[in-house]
Design a protein around this ligand. Structure first.
Ligand code: GMT
Length: 376
């Protein structure tokens, strides 16, 4: 099948999922056309069956804001028409679903029929999408999509709660991509960051408010008082200045390592003992799954779709949003001795396998083949 995939090419979870899905589909023999404004960070080098179409964003002086959606739509029309695509799969509703709807209408006027699937990822529903400045468009696009998927039961529930839709929403959880296999140099790398006996706590995000990175630092600070540890922070974003200030104010600069943006977070995660994800809201928590996939247990909030991934008392612990004290207490419970830590590590890895790519990929393919039965 020839599939066009539209996504945000950055470090965000939706872009990672869309890219890894495309790579896996290409490996299975589908022809994948990524359509976006820059090369997706997880795309990597040349691969069979993968094509990348860049959306050029113009900077005509009249435009105070660039009409990206219009240019994306035109590119989608062009690629569908000339590459003879069978379907479009858009990740993150804003503005990809409305661009897909528009592209579909334009193509229909030219006698070309193309279905589009919208995958809802989280903030497109729970934060940005439900804002009145987006809501009517999102509701319309959800209702017009040929199929809609959401990455967790929680996100599906939120979609029904916030939008006027009775549309069937298929829950297809996120998955572990094969490049997250552990490497054999981790113990060597680990020694560069932590002395013998020190534990490594880790957090990976885009440092937006919703991630509550200051809570990460406060949890770590409590843990570090009892158990000498290091905190590795990977990622960057608007909250970084305030997080750096907090680290200085708490006097723990020598304990906290800011890595900035990292392409291959799996290699950072695999030197960690514990992953911290105290988010305000999280439709799934791909970062937590990525940690579990390299045997790292998770201390998280109990919000959104996280409880569908992290199992309380088994793969980590869940606490109420903002309950830093409880999260620190739980972290110490896991780190207190090697035997306990090891049990949580084993459980985390086992749980991560529930989200193996081989289990999830056929769920997307089923939707594709239902929409384009002659390609099945
Ligand atoms: O977490 C972010 O801010 C990025 C965002 C995105 O769309 O890229 O992540 C959302 O999608 C991920 C992949 O499906 C989910 O794992 C994240 O939980 C979700 N983020 C939120 O709901 C805040």
């Amino acid at each position: 099948m020839k599939i066009g995939i539209v996504l945000y090419p950055t470090f965000g979870g939706s872009g990672v999922v869309g890219t890894e899905l495309g790579k896996a589909l290409a490996k299975k023999g589908h022809e994948i056309h990524f359509i976006t404004y820059s090369q997706p960070v997880r795309l990597g080098s040349f691969r069979e069956n993968i094509f990348y179409h860049e959306v050029a964003v113009s900077d005509y002086p009249l435009f105070e804001y660039q009409p990206y959606e219009t240019e994306l739509t035109s590119k989608m029309v062009d690629v569908v028409k000339y590459e003879k695509l069978d379907l479009l799969h858009v990740h993150y509703a804003i503005p990809h679903a409305s661009a897909a709807f528009m592209a579909k209408q334009i193509l229909q006027s030219q006698g070309i029929s193309i279905p589009y699937i919208t995958t809802l990822h989280g903030t497109d529903i729970t934060l940005v999408g439900k804002d009145p400045s987006f809501e009517p468009v999102i509701t319309f696009c959800i209702n017009q999509s040929d199929a809609v998927t959401a990455v967790s039961e929680s996100l599906k529930k939120d979609t029904y709660a916030h939008f006027n839709t009775t549309r069937e929403i298929h829950v297809i959880p996120n998955f572990i991509a094969p490049n997250m296999e552990p490497s054999d140099i981790s113990s060597e790398v680990r020694r560069k960051y932590a002395c013998d006996g020190e534990k490594i706590l880790c957090h990976v995000s885009n440092f937006r408010k919703v991630k509550r990175v200051e809570d990460v630092v406060r949890i770590f600070s409590e843990v570090n008082k009892e158990l000498k540890s290091k905190l590795i922070l990977a990622g960057d974003g608007p909250e970084r200045y305030s997080v750096e200030k907090l680290v200085r104010d708490l006097g723990i600069c020598d304990r906290v390592i800011f890595l900035g943006k990292v392409r291959d977070t799996a290699h950072v995660l695999e030197i960690a003992d514990l992953f911290l994800l105290p988010s305000e809201t999280e439709s799934f928590g791909l970062a937590a799954l990525e940690a579990m996939a390299v045997s790292v247990p998770v201390i998280s909030s109990n919000t959104g779709g996280i409880p569908e991934v992290n199992i309380h008392g088994v793969t980590g612990y869940l606490s109420n949003v903002g309950d830093v004290e409880d999260m620190a207490k739980n972290a110490l419970k896991i780190l207190k001795d090697d035997e306990t830590l090891n049990t949580f590590k084993v459980n985390a890895l086992k749980r991560a396998h529930d989200f193996d790519l081989e289990k999830i990929l056929p769920m997307y393919e089923k939707i594709y083949f239902d929409l384009v039965p002659d390609k099945a």
